[in-house]
Design a binder for this molecule. Structure first.
Ligand SMILES: Cc1cc2nc3c(=O)[nH]c(=O)nc-3n(C[C@H](O)[C@H](O)[C@H](O)COP(=O)(O)OP(=O)(O)OC[C@H]3O[C@@H](n4cnc5c(N)ncnc54)[C@H](O)[C@@H]3O)c2cc1C
Ligand code: SF4
Length: 330
């Protein structure tokens, strides 16, 4: 690990000025479960680390407001997963959190850090291999290497790494947004606009500027919350990243689908909202055939490699199954 400056920020203003002020590559430290890992591997080499864990009030969970659920960026994964209102009214959120990582990690990790976790592509994490995301222009070892776990949606000829997080998939399905702050001021952006597809610049992963701090996540309150689920398929039953996942939320009028949200995870380079699949269902009677068709539409445009081609059918089936679970909850 390279030497770095370590600053403890006691306020949001102190954190953003420490981030923006040094003129050197700086990183925020929250739970540290991604950042410290990557610093030990010398994949992340910040000159300065700004610890935000002592900033008061950034870990709040507010489910009482009329318009939105509000989670501070430092709210712990385990606390939000266990919140009684979240569990009862937004199971897709609770399930996306408790099906992620391990209990120990969920007790350390923050929601803000979870959104900004980086890919688990083994070549990205091992500096002896070329990787366009880590070192632009060096090549992508996964294209002709081991790519069973790589993306089939949103890929480019420069990078096929999966966005690995679970929470962001549920947040995209629920039209959530984040409030961010830098020395230039505050702004709000949709979680759907936070992560970028790799294109020709896989090293640029999000729409955040380097000096922007996530303050909170807002999830609009909606009737869609209750009949929702996060279905995660993985190689092991627990403590594993998704091979395929689906966040689904339904609003039913009897047997007819009034509104539906579908997002897929574990299959794409960023959280992937399946708009065409949603449109195929709105106003229709819920049937197994309609769910299966929506599953297939969710994977429309998939670009596979021989080792990961199985994930197209797996992803379609995961969406269809999640729709059936949500239907049972409606
Ligand atoms: C073994 C293992 C298994 C895992 N399995 C899963 C899984 O199945 N599903 C899943 O979703 N995740 C999984 N994870 C990832 C884990 O959930 C993340 O590491 C964790 O959520 C990151 O949160 P953190 O607070 O520790 O972030 P940190 O490590 O502190 O930060 C992560 C990144 O976010 C930045 N950051 C943090 N907070 C802010 C903020 N407020 N504003 C701006 N930038 C910020 C940091 O600078 C850093 O770049 C796993 C991790 C491990 C180690
Ligand atoms: S898939 Fe992306 S992260 Fe993995 S080696 Fe290729 S460029 Fe790097």
């Amino acid at each position: 690990m390279n030497p770095f400056d370590y600053t403890v920020a006691h306020s949001v203003d102190a954190a953003v000025s420490a981030l923006g002020g040094s003129g050197r590559p700086s990183k925020i430290l929250a739970g540290g479960t991604t950042l410290v890992d990557l610093m030990r591997l010398n994949v992340e080499q910040p000159a300065a680390v700004v610890d935000i864990t002592r900033i008061p009030g950034l870990n709040h969970i507010d489910t009482e407001g009329r318009e939105a659920l509000v989670f501070g960026a430092l709210a712990r994964m385990s606390d939000v997963a266990d919140d009684p209102v979240v569990r009862r009214d937004y199971p897709v959120l609770s399930e996306s959190l408790w099906r992620a990582a391990s209990q120990q990690l969920r007790n350390m990790a923050s929601l803000g850090g979870n959104l900004l976790q980086r890919t688990r592509c083994a070549y990205f994490r091992d500096r002896q291999y070329p990787c366009n995301k880590r070192e632009p222009g060096t090549g992508c070892s996964a294209l002709e290497g081991l790519n069973r776990g790589h993306a089939v949606l949103g890929v480019s000829d420069q990078c096929i790494a999966v966005y690995p997080g679970d929470l962001a998939i549920a947040l995209v399905a629920l039209n959530a947004s984040i409030d961010v702050q830098s020395t230039a001021g505050a702004r709000t952006l949709r979680v759907a606009d936070l992560h970028r597809e790799p294109g020709q610049t896989p090293n640029l992963e999000t729409a955040l500027r380097p000096d922007e701090l996530i303050l909170r996540i807002r999830v609009p309150k909606s009737r869609l919350g209750k009949a929702s689920t996060y279905l995660k398929i993985r190689d092991r039953e627990s403590y594993a990243f998704a091979v395929a996942s689906a966040a689904v939320a339904l609003d039913m009028d009897g047997d007819v689908i009034r509104d539906v949200r579908i997002a897929v995870g574990g299959l794409a380079t960023r959280p992937w909202r399946a708009h065409a699949a949603e449109q195929s269902l709105v106003g229709k009677t819920f049937t197994e055939a309609a769910a299966a068709q929506a599953g297939r539409l969710s994977l429309q445009g998939a670009a596979t490699r021989p080792q990961n081609a199985f994930r197209v059918e797996l992803g379609a089936n995961t969406v269809a199954e999640a729709l059936k679970i949500a239907r049972e909850r409606a």
